[in-house]
Design a protein around this ligand. Structure first.
Ligand code: ARG
Length: 462
């Protein structure tokens, strides 16, 4: 018997470099448990259908348990000449139980096997991401509640825009992560169909029971087209796309934390356990974790782009190109999970300099819109009010002073309709408290949103 499960047709051995280049065990060995679960379900079904004898099925189950135990105890050696996890496990099974092991591959191909294993493996990893997202959201809601009335500047174009509450800002990320959660859920639901029984591409000549294997492996149903089942990698692309968006959200959050921790902002301090120092500059405390998480977005999006290109124009059905699928998605999910974990662990230890935030919130004429709104309430059309406040800001820059520091003479010089009472009433506290409607930044609204999120997260119902 040749060393290769497919060796019968070949005269010459595989080139030694090709052997290593072709092998995928370094990537797919981590799907060993799913490969074994898939093989057990397949063998049971073959037994139930009278395609395999029951004592062969029993031997296969026992042998696979031994293989599983060998892999988990570290005594199993994956051989690159056996290419991948599937052939390594099957070969060892055959060493252990003889001919029964060779019967396992009846009515099956590595094409439906790898598609099944990958879906099973990613289904579990996708659940891990959902758990991490949920934890991070809970951490953010707790922080938002604590900071429902902490005032900070809100920015557009990274220029001071209007005061907001820190709680409101944090809840913006809870919303983003909720959509990420939904995207993962959708992808996981869509991919939960079983390719097994599609065999190489056309199905099998045996009277297999595809419902049985699908059910045994926790799939909703068997894939309904054998060609599609072995060709489809859009489930991988969807997971990469969901990962990419989530990583982009994390990168924006990272960027803000990095800015906020700079000496110039001085809004926050991140815990030592999540920062590093410099080997030359003794004063440095660098926000390495948000920086690294920001960087991870690049490779995760890179994985998505790579996989889209790998699949572009591929004819049906299986092509070896598709072996490239696992590395990208495993890497993306590993790094996304790590990023979510770091954020969930780091944020509870974040210190907030509320006094600095408040001071910054009041500078940069952040109350200008509210002054315009006061003029509108006095019956002035908004565009005129905008013009009057614009002139007031120009005057303040020239003096210099803040809007609420203008005197009666300043007001009169700009427009008779601008009163001292209007400018003196401007406070950042009033600015945030006034935005008291669904989705607004008022502390009362932040508390309402926190309560809504707590209920949703407790019920695991986002
Ligand atoms: N290692 C392969 C992969 O990951 C398994 C499928 C191989 N099928 C084949 N016909 N060569 O794609």
């Amino acid at each position: 018997m040749s060393d290769k499960p497919w060796g019968g047709r070949f005269d010459a051995p595989t080139d030694s470099f090709v052997e290593a280049f072709n092998a995928s065990t370094h990537v797919d060995a981590r799907m060993y448990a799913e490969d074994i679960a898939g093989s057990k379900a397949h063998a049971s079904m073959l037994g139930a259908q009278g395609i395999l004898r029951q004592h062969d099925v029993a031997a296969i189950h026992q042998g696979l348990d031994t293989v599983l135990q060998e892999i988990e105890s570290g005594t199993f050696t994956f051989k690159i000449e056996l290419e991948d996890v599937h052939m390594n496990i099957e070969r060892r099974l055959t060493e252990l139980i003889g001919d029964a092991g060779k019967r396992l591959h009846t009515a099956r191909s590595r094409n439906d096997q790898v598609a099944t294993d990958t879906r099973l493996y990613l289904r579990a990893r996708g659940q891990d991401i959902l758990t991490r997202l949920h934890t991070l959201q809970s951490v953010l809601v707790t922080l938002a509640k604590a900071h429902h009335a902490t005032i900070m500047p809100g920015f557009t174009h990274l220029q001071t825009a209007q005061p907001v509450t820190l709680g409101h800002h944090l809840l913006a990320y809870v919303e983003m992560f909720s959509r990420d959660y939904g995207r993962f859920q959708d992808a996981l639901k869509r991919m939960n169909q079983c390719p097994l029984g599609s065999a190489a591409l056309a199905g099998s000549t045996f009277t297999i029971d595809r419902e049985a294997t699908a059910h045994a492996l926790g799939f909703d149903m068997p894939c309904q087209n054998s060609l599609d089942a072995v060709s489809d990698r859009d489930f991988i692309i969807e997971l990469l796309a969901a990962s990419s968006l989530c990583a982009i959200h994390l990168s924006r959050f990272s960027e803000e934390l990095i800015l906020w921790m700079s000496a110039q902002f001085h809004f926050i301090d991140l815990p030592d356990a999540f920062c590093t120092g410099s080997s030359i500059m003794p004063q440095k405390k660098n926000p390495d974790m948000p920086e690294l998480v920001r960087g991870k977005a690049g490779r995760i999006v890179g994985g998505l782009m790579g996989m889209l290109m790998t699949m572009k124009s591929l004819p049906l059905a299986y092509n070896k190109d598709m072996q490239e699928d696992k590395e990208a998605v495993f890497d993306a999910l590993d790094n996304l999970e790590g990023s979510l974990r770091v954020f969930g662990d780091m944020l509870p230890g974040m210190k907030v300099d509320q006094a600095t935030m408040l001071k910054a919130a009041g500078s940069g004429f952040s109350t200008a819109t509210d002054l315009a709104d006061a003029l509108v309430r006095a019956g002035i059309p908004f565009r005129d009010a905008h013009e009057i406040v614009g002139k007031s800001v120009a005057l303040c820059i020239q003096k210099p002073c803040e809007l609420h520091e203008m005197n009666a003479e300043d007001c009169l010089r700009i427009d008779a309709r601008l009163t001292l009472a209007m400018v003196q009433a401007l406070s950042v506290e009033d600015c945030v408290a006034a935005r008291d409607h669904v989705g607004g930044t008022a502390p009362a609204q932040v508390l309402k949103q926190c309560a809504r999120w707590e209920a949703l997260l407790n019920a695991k119902e986002q």
